[in-house]
Design a protein around this ligand. Structure first.
Ligand code: N01
Length: 535
């Protein structure tokens, strides 16, 4: 083992969070390093390079706001950024601010242990040069919410003789599906984006669907030059507006109630948003997220659209979600998803009605039939929000493990700090708005808050900071109470951990919106970091 490396801060992950955190701490005069599993920057967008991978937030808004020069020099080409463009953007950011020299690539963190006596974190990782210990006063988890991909536990997978891929760990050089029989398991955002692209190459595509999703058209295309010029001319205002809405986007949710305005107006607003494209339709009335009656109107509207697109009525019926409200699972944003099922070489298999019994050497077997495949694609999602943390052996005061502390579900104060884990901060952690908002806006707010908090500690001669247990409990309760006021718990979603067998069913993100959340974080800071034990 090499001699321990000693720095002020160790940051785990080189996605949007890790890059910006490194930049801020360096400017603060701290010595920081980033440990990154991949061989390049990008985080979630580094791993998710499956065909069709594209962000569902529009390009001009899904970018850093911290440097007006960066905003002006970068040119987005499409309305929604595709994975290669996001990768190029983050690469540009890493180069522009000379961040790479402090990023250790291909480095997997195995453990992070707080040394009580030295009041330091000891982070052990393995990388190209073997095992490395990094000791640091601050440990920042920039590990991402959707970074721990999971293949379902289906019997026989190891016997399959064809190729197997997961959308969240896609090979760098891509996959050629030409002339192949392909099976895709999973119809969440990833599957819904990949399926139309895979169908363009495959000789036959079988989609195994357990739960249909509500999907709306992206209406992607080249970025409108007039719109882009206007955003660039008014970027400060655009950013200010983005930080003042619940979603972190520069447009407010609808203010009318879908129950008050009459059917004609409801139809008009839904039509407007359907032709606008994107998931703004999910918040086009004020009560879609809180009233099942209002939400049913949107659900009926989308089911009606499926009927108009999908030619075979039996297939259309299978594609219609029936048992949960729109938005309780993240609304998918697609390009030609439903129309793909009109192609003669694409089949939809309902594995809720006929569950997959096993993977065979040749393909996938349900109780009723066997489907021969050359390639299997798992679009089966993630151990979201907690998985990327729980796969690291994290130990706080007195050797207490984070896995034990979170055995009944994640517990944090503001999604930023955990009681008993001093000087460990998470960016977009469970209990923060993160995945329910524009991630880049949420990440920037967190990075800036953590940076300012660290500055406060340094300026005031304070060695450690951690959440007080009673404030952590109160915040967990508040996160739950807020989720209870919405329809968000009415689906078996990854927000609730329902997709991972045995994971506690706890609503993880904060559904109170970015505005209320930011006010709370600011208030905590203004009150001398109320709820934190500072020593
Ligand atoms: O994962 P998911 P994802 N047998 O968990 C199915 C973000 N994202 O990677 O619903 C059969 O949503 C599972 O079925 P069910 C976005 O926030 C954003 O698609 O559990 N099926 C489901 O259909 C998104 O929400 C973008 O019944 C099985 C699917 O696999 C999040 O990432 C793009 C199964 C998993 O869906 C995750 O999306 C991509 C089994 N044993 C992702 N196990 C954009 O920005 C699981 N499934 C556009």
């Amino acid at each position: 083992m090499r001699a321990p490396e000693r720095v002020d801060a160790v940051i785990i992950g080189a996605g949007f969070s890790g890059l910006y955190m490194l930049k801020r701490l360096r400017e603060r005069g701290l010595e920081a390093v980033v440990l990154e599993r991949g061989d390049d920057v990008g985080g979630t967008w580094y791993w998710n390079r499956y065909p069709g991978a594209r962000c569902d937030v529009e390009s001009p808004y899904y970018s850093f706001s911290f440097d007006p020069e960066l905003e002006q020099e970068w040119e987005w080409t499409e309305r929604y950024p595709a994975q290669p463009e996001l990768q190029a953007y983050m690469s540009h950011v890493a180069d522009r601010y000379d961040l790479r020299r402090d990023i250790r690539f291909e480095t997997t963190v195995g453990s992070a242990v707080f040394d009580d006596a030295a009041r330091e974190w000891e982070v052990t990782s393995s990388g190209p040069q073997g095992e490395q210990v990094t000791r640091a006063r601050f440990c920042i988890m920039a590990t991402g919410c959707l970074s721990s991909s999971r293949n379902p536990d289906i019997e026989g997978l190891e016997d399959f003789t064809g190729e197997v891929y997961h959308t969240g760990e896609w090979p760098q050089g891509g996959v050629d599906f030409t002339g192949k029989r392909v099976g895709v398991i999973g119809t969440g955002s990833s599957g819904i984006q990949a399926i139309p692209e895979i169908a363009k190459q495959a000789s036959h595509l079988t989609v195994f669907q357990r739960t249909p999703n509500f999907s709306v058209p992206a209406l992607n295309g080249p970025l409108d030059p007039e719109f882009w010029a206007d955003v660039k001319a008014n970027y400060r205002d655009v950013r200010k507006r983005a930080r003042s809405t619940p979603t972190g986007m520069p447009f407010p949710p609808g203010s009318e109630s879908a129950l008050d305005v009459g059917d004609a107006r409801v139809q008009e607003v839904f039509d407007e948003h359907w032709t606008l494209g994107g998931f703004r339709i999910g918040a086009c009335f004020s009560d879609l997220g809180i009233s099942r009656e209002a939400n049913d109107k949107l659900a009926d509207y989308i089911r009606g659209k499926i009927d108009t697109i999908v030619e075979d009525p039996a297939t259309a019926e299978k594609l219609k979600p029936r048992d949960y409200p729109v938005g309780a699972k993240r609304i998918c944003v697609d390009t030609d998803y439903y129309a793909t099922f009109n192609l003669p070489h694409v089949d939809l298999v309902d594995v809720r009605a006929n569950p997959i019994s096993r993977i065979t050497p040749e393909g996938v077997a349900t109780g009723q039939e066997e489907y021969a495949m050359d390639v299997l694609v798992f679009a089966t999602g993630y151990d979201a929000m907690t998985g990327s943390l729980s796969r690291i052996d994290i130990r706080g005061r007195d050797g207490r493990s984070l896995r034990d502390h979170w055995a009944a579900g994640p517990k944090t104060y503001l999604g930023l700090s955990v009681a008993g884990f001093p000087n460990m901060f998470s960016v977009a952690g469970p209990g923060s708005p993160s995945v329910l908002t524009n991630m880049v806006t949420a990440i920037e707010l967190h990075v800036e808050w953590i940076d300012e908090h660290i500055a406060y500690l340094c300026q005031n001669g304070l060695e450690t900071s951690e959440a007080l247990p009673e404030f952590e409990d109160e915040w967990v309760q508040h996160v739950n109470d807020v989720a209870d006021m919405t329809l968000m718990k009415q689906a078996n979603s990854w927000y609730l951990g329902a997709n991972v067998p045995g994971k506690p069913r706890v609503f993880m993100p904060y559904a109170g919106g970015l505005t209320a959340y930011t006010q709370r974080c600011d208030q905590v800071a203004e009150q001398g970091y109320h709820g934190f034990q500072l020593a």
